[in-house]
Write a protein that binds this ligand. Structure first.
Ligand code: FES
Length: 126
């Protein structure tokens, strides 16, 4: 059994921001290229910042935990900053992941970036 940080276990047991933003400003579903697990992200944007980030993830415990952690992490961030979110930042922020589970954090980073790209496509100039 892989050794997870306290934060990974805590977010897996008590996930934050799970669900769906009603009438979202941006949305995206991405799949992890390594395992095929999936994450859907919906966002509300206010004044160029992420006002609400919600997610639904079909994946392993670290995928659930990093989805929850990332959704809290980027709350209030500018779209520019959130677009630059990396899986490394998520993995480090959550206290590290076992080597064979580092790929699981790519899901949250990819899905949040994709939801922002969707917002930008739907709101050019906004
Ligand atoms: Fe698929 Fe972790 S094994 S995201």
């Amino acid at each position: 059994m892989a050794a997870y940080s306290d934060l990974v276990i805590e977010h897996f047991q008590n996930p934050r921001n799970a669900g769906e933003v009603e009438s979202p400003d941006g949305e995206a579903t991405t799949a992890n290229p390594v395992c095929g697990d999936r994450m859907r992200v919906t966002i509300r944007v206010t004044g160029g910042r992420l006002a609400e980030v919600r997610w639904q993830t079909r994946g392993c415990p670290p995928a659930i935990a990093t989805s929850s952690f990332a959704s809290e992490m980027v709350q209030g961030w500018t779209l520019e900053d959130a677009s630059a979110l990396t899986r490394e930042a998520i993995a480090t922020g959550i206290g590290g992941l076992p080597a064979d589970k580092v790929h699981c954090s790519v899901l949250a980073a990819d899905a949040i970036r994709a939801a922002i790209a969707d917002y930008r496509e739907k709101h050019p100039g906004g």
